[in-house]
Write a protein that binds this ligand. Structure first.
Ligand SMILES: [Zn+2]
Length: 139
């Protein structure tokens, strides 16, 4: 069974790789490489897989899941300039792809227990664009 919880945060970023030149970054990322940054209202959907507990009837305690999302993602990232305030994005370009990998790393060990595990992290950068990540591929 799949259980999904949603959370939202607003953050700004610059999409530019410090190891490339300004011209290369502009060619790759366009306006998104503007060093002054720009903001997004990110929408996060975290999916947990497992069977409902026979006693509680729940796959995962929803209050605890909300608290984990707040502690690991919303509090550290909401109203932040990701490149300057949220490691590893001082070194890693904060594209939506790299954000889902970082969010996965923060959540995975806090959610995994018994037969329950993190199944998918979906992050919308805009209403028209999202990335799904299911952890590193095996093999
Ligand atoms: Zn952007």
């Amino acid at each position: 069974m799949l259980l999904t919880r949603k959370a939202e945060f607003s953050a700004s970023h610059v999409c530019a790789n410090p190891s490339l030149s300004d011209a290369e970054n502009r060619a790759l990322y366009g306006h998104n490489a503007n060093p002054n940054g720009h903001g997004h209202n990110y929408v996060l959907e975290v999916t947990v897989e497992g069977d409902p507990d026979p006693v509680t009837g729940m796959v995962f305690d929803l209050r605890e899941l909300k608290q984990i999302l707040n502690e690991e993602v919303v509090e550290p990232m909401d109203h932040r300039f990701l490149n300057r305030e949220v490691p590893p994005f001082d070194r890693v370009v904060p594209t939506t792809e790299n954000l889902v990998v970082e969010i996965w790393k923060r959540l995975d060990s806090r959610i995994r227990r018994g037969g329950v595990h993190l199944k998918n992290v979906r992050l919308y950068e805009t209403t028209d664009l999202y990335v799904d990540y299911g952890g590193e591929a095996c093999g």
